[in-house]
Design a binder for this molecule. Structure first.
Ligand code: DUT
Ligand code: MG
Length: 163
């Protein structure tokens, strides 16, 4: 059963009201954010698109502004800083930095179009404990492709922790 959380939402002062972000289906993780104005994203261009809404997240939560897969796959439209992070203390307008990755086609956005989605997540804050050396681990400093790209050989894969 999906948990729900009350999140205060207010229109941005001085702007025409925009509908609240909406979940398309029960159980969806992302609530679609609407464009508060019409604009055309030229091929290769980016724009900071207003959504007309501001929220007050409870302490201990953040919201991620993430791309919609359909816009990305069909039109090359993505969120440049994905996931954009909305802090719990932020009271300004949520804005979406859209990027048209297509090198040939402009993309027209109409006011009210669902341009990105907002995923609410619980967060923990670290208390950084400074030490001279870190404890050893199996991975060590390996990263950035250190495990290669062909499928894992049997015996190397582990299902530990996946239960
Ligand atoms: O896609 C985004 C990302 C951020 N924000 C808002 C909410 C967030 O709380 C604030 C600051 O975001 P971030 O910390 O990513 O930006 P910054 O460049 O570090 O700005 P600041 O110095 O204000 O923290 O901007 C958005 O509206 N959309
Ligand atoms: Mg910041």
């Amino acid at each position: 059963m999906t948990q729900t959380l009350d999140v205060l939402l207010a229109p941005v002062a001085g702007q025409e009201a925009v509908p609240a972000p909406g979940y398309a289906h029960p159980g969806d993780a992302g609530a679609d954010l609407l464009a508060a104005e019409s604009l055309t994203l030229a091929a290769g261009a980016r724009a900071l698109v207003p959504t007309g809404v501001s929220i007050a997240l409870p302490d201990g939560y953040a919201a991620f502004v993430v791309p919609r897969s359909g816009l990305a796959a069909k039109h090359g439209i993505t969120v440049l800083n994905a996931p954009g992070t909305v802090d719990a203390g932020y009271r300004g307008e949520i804005k979406v930095t859209l990027l048209n990755t297509d090198s040939a086609d402009d993309y027209a956005i109409e006011k009210g179009d669902r341009i990105a989605q907002l995923v609410i997540v619980p967060v923990v804050r670290a208390r950084f404990v400074e030490v001279d050396t870190l404890p050893e681990s199996l991975r060590g400093e390996g990263g950035f492709g250190s495990t290669g790209y062909s499928r894992l050989e049997s015996g190397e894969a582990t299902t530990e922790g996946s239960k």
